[in-house]
Write a protein that binds this ligand. Structure first.
Ligand SMILES: *[C@@H]1O[C@H](CO)[C@@H](O)[C@H](O)[C@H]1NC(C)=O
Ligand SMILES: *[C@@H]1O[C@H](CO)[C@@H](O)[C@H](O)[C@H]1NC(C)=O
Ligand SMILES: *[C@@H]1O[C@H](CO)[C@@H](O)[C@H](O)[C@H]1NC(C)=O
Ligand SMILES: *[C@@H]1O[C@H](CO)[C@@H](O)[C@H](O)[C@H]1NC(C)=O
Ligand SMILES: *[C@@H]1O[C@H](CO)[C@@H](O)[C@H](O)[C@H]1NC(C)=O
Ligand SMILES: *[C@@H]1O[C@H](CO)[C@@H](O)[C@H](O)[C@H]1NC(C)=O
Length: 453
């Protein structure tokens, strides 16, 4: 008789009072609330846009009193775009699914980003991102692997059918923000890019699983854009575009805005992207990209390892790039640099604005089942210089290309690389550099916080 009573009490206890989950965050909050306190309905059909707006607007009052967290409990929560606030945490329970609305009325229209001048899909502008924040300090989006489902198919169809009036929304985006954490989430089927930190600093991205069909258009994983001090760790990305794309604005608009992406660490990334790069630098890089440190990278069935994409008109630079310990399996290219990426916002770009590509360091790489070892294409009258490649073992596929290293307008050195590199990368007995100092973002300490769901 006793055992059943204990079981009943136990299960009642957990449904009434919920459970407490511990999680790691840059800051814990004094105040806590649950979406259902604000009229949220998790039936997968009712729109929760208003519930999110009301919740976050009310909780924003605690910003100067210890901050607040909003918990999304188990359920399917349909919602349009909503804005976050400072000193705030959004926590998704592991059985919570945010379903992005397919109704365009749920997505406010924004002008193009100033560093892009035009919208990426459609010049007129763009839809707000699903989870959006601008001019914020100290904001966390996390969970215990809760899901954000972009329900992208409807947007992909509109993109292919040329029926978009504005650029497709992203899933998570911060502009002009400082101290941002995005962690322990599963992001699926984004309408376009998944995570887009922009004009921001001190950004920590950890333990994200990003999944999209490999033929879905522009479903990039994580795109830091004109950001400083960014750390991306332990992420798994399967997508239809670059797993990570490092950016900083487009042609004359990006040059004028002039904000680089710099001091970026990427570690323990696993990528599957048959038609794109594991890590792309560009193609929009007109504010400059410098001091990127990538290590312990795995890619499987992916088009290329690190790819630099630039063009005449971009201006600025990609320099001081350091990559070590990549394990690659079934790749079209191991190394790829392109100076002729083309794609301009409008005909107003400056044909004299040549990008400077220099100080590109790759070492300790093992690649299997490779079609081309390298395609390194600089620009005429603007060679890519200071390329260093050391300790690289590439095994080829059954039908490799005859010309394994195709190098034009580039200069550098190589050491212990097989198959033998091209003449512009002569053998020199060296180990390519990798900085040993720590960036400020590496010293961020996480606190143990709790959420009662
Ligand atoms: C979010 O804030 C921006 C202004 O920064 C505003 O234009 C937009 O309408 C807000 N979005 C929502 C969903 O309220
Ligand atoms: C956000 O910050 C930027 C840069 O400081 C500023 O230009 C912009 O007006 C701010 N926007 C809002 C909504 O406060
Ligand atoms: C976040 O993910 C890491 C790695 O899987 C795990 O150790 C940690 O417990 C997770 N945190 C939560 C709150 O689930
Ligand atoms: C999070 O969920 C995704 C999708 O279900 C799964 O693939 C991944 O392994 C999960 N991660 C953790 C740490 O449980
Ligand atoms: C090797 O790569 C080819 C494509 O070049 C692919 O068809 C094949 O499945 C790969 N083999 C293995 C063992 O992964
Ligand atoms: C080598 O690269 C150049 C420039 O990217 C390209 O035009 C040419 O077709 C390539 N050659 C081969 C044999 O792949």
């Amino acid at each position: 008789m006793i055992i059943p009573i204990v079981l009943i009490l136990g299960s009642l206890g957990s449904t009434l009072a919920g459970t407490t989950i511990e999680f790691q965050a840059i800051n814990c909050r004094k105040h806590s609330a649950v979406l259902t306190d604000f009229g949220g309905v998790g039936d997968g059909k009712t729109s929760n846009t208003k519930a999110f707006k009301t919740a976050i607007s009310k909780l924003s009052r605690y910003a100067s009193d210890g901050g607040a967290q909003l918990i999304v409990p188990p359920g399917k929560w349909l919602t349009g775009s909503f804005n976050l606030t400072s000193h705030f945490t959004l926590f998704l329970h592991k059985d919570a699914v945010l379903l992005a609305s397919q109704d365009e009325a749920e997505w406010p229209a924004f002008p193009p980003l100033p560093s892009y001048g035009v919208g990426r899909d459609e010049p007129a502008g763009r839809f707000s991102s699903l989870i959006y924040g601008t001019n914020l300090t100290d904001v966390v989006v996390t969970g215990n692997n809760g899901t954000i489902d972009g329900q992208g198919q409807a947007w992909w169809d509109k993109f292919h059918q040329k029926k978009l009036k504005l650029t497709r929304p992203y899933l998570i985006e911060f502009l002009y923000s400082d101290q941002v954490q995005i962690s322990n989430l599963t992001l699926i089927n984004s309408p376009s890019w998944n995570v887009h930190p922009t004009y921001s600093s001190n950004v920590l991205i950890q333990w994200l699983t990003v999944l999209a069909p490999v033929d879905s258009p522009n479903t990039d994983g994580i795109n830091p854009d004109s950001c400083s001090n960014v750390r991306i760790e332990d992420c798994f990305v399967v997508s239809g575009d670059d797993c990570i794309a490092v950016k900083s604005g487009w042609d004359q608009y990006g040059i004028k805005f002039g904000m680089p992406t710099q001091h970026l660490v990427i570690r323990r990334l696993t990528c599957i992207s048959p038609d794109s790069a594991t890590i792309a630098l560009g193609s929009e890089m007109s504010g400059g990209i410098r001091d990127v440190r990538a290590e312990d990278i795995i890619a499987i069935n992916t088009q290329s390892g690190v790819r630099i994409k630039t063009a005449v008109g971009r201006g600025a630079y990609v320099k001081d790039i350091f990559v070590r310990r990549m394990t690659l399996k079934t790749m079209k290219y191991v190394f790829w640099m392109t100076g002729s990426y083309g794609s301009h916002p409008d005909p107003g770009y400056d044909p004299k604005a040549l990008p400077e590509i220099k100080g590109i360091n790759y070492r300790d790489i093992v690649a299997d089942n490779v079609t081309y070892s390298a395609r390194l294409e600089g620009l005429k009258n603007d060679p890519f210089t200071g390329i260093c490649i050391s300790n690289v073992k590439i095994s080829l596929t059954e039908k490799p290309k005859d010309l394994q290293w195709n190098c034009t307008d580039i200069q550098g050195v190589s050491s212990e690389v097989t198959p033998q590199p091209c003449a512009p990368l002569p053998e020199k007995s060296i180990e390519c550099p990798f900085p040993e100092d720590r960036l400020p973002i590496d010293n961020v300490k996480l606190k143990t916080c709790s959420a009662r769901t």
